[in-house]
Design a protein around this ligand. Sequence first.
Ligand code: GUN
Length: 299
Amino acid sequence: MTVSNLIDGQATAAQIRREVATDTEAWVKAGNRAPYLAVVLVGEHPASASYVRGKAKACAEAGIGSDTMRFPDSISQDELLAVVNKLNHDPDVDGILVQLPLPDHIDEKTVIHAIDPTKDVDGFHPVNAGLLVIGDPDAFVPATPAGILELIRRYGVETAGATAVVLGRSNIVGKPMANLLVQKGIDATVTVCHSRTKDLVDVCRRADILIAAIGRARFVTADMVKPGAVVIDVGINRVDDSEAPKGYRIVGDVDFEAVQPSARLVTPVPRGVGPMTIAMLLKNTLRAARRHSKATNQS
Ligand code: GUN
């Protein structure tokens, strides 16, 4: 019998989506309105349109209401801010997701900052980033790091006292990932690496948990991984492949074939971290609905 060391993100995400559906059903049966997510999509970016379709379908399957508001590339920043403001004040909207990237003439930061932090199910607003840093349980945590933590937990990985190395310092993956792992109760010892890190191979090789989120195809090679480490691959990179139907295929930030034999656990790409993001978005939306109901009932 071969025992797989693969972390199955697809199956885990499906399980979480069923759990959210069950919890949502109970929430509605208890007399509450179904949670509602407003998705804002600007322009015709094909990848964004596909992500948004996936989010809408997942909401429907979980019993969460959602609507995708579509706007042309020509929408002005002020018009988009007015849309966000309207959603902020709509008592029937629990979560707001403005799909990124936005067209060049719109400042993403200004738009993200305009979202009511209690409806910011993406967890991108600085209030939520700050709440995460101070360990406040009310923080909305961005879906990718939240999904990674969920995978780590569900696969029984001990985090207390573990040496965790996060490769990449982006605001939506690397930094929130490091801030999660260092929290009380999770208790990892965390190092964040980036393009100026010295002795990168040695630093990575010390990791019990290595999280690669740098956006460079197959960057993490076998010599960077301690035997028995848990390796999480966040990368989604296109590489040319003349034999693939589309002329390219998707690979992660980890050289999977080289690393997999000696890792204790490793996420594949695809079917690893990717599917978890939608599952965590649903979880955040249900949480937002619960919080709004509590806030409304108290006022
Ligand atoms: N674009 C790619 N991923 C995401 C995401 O998680 N949230 C938003 N808002 N836009 C994205």
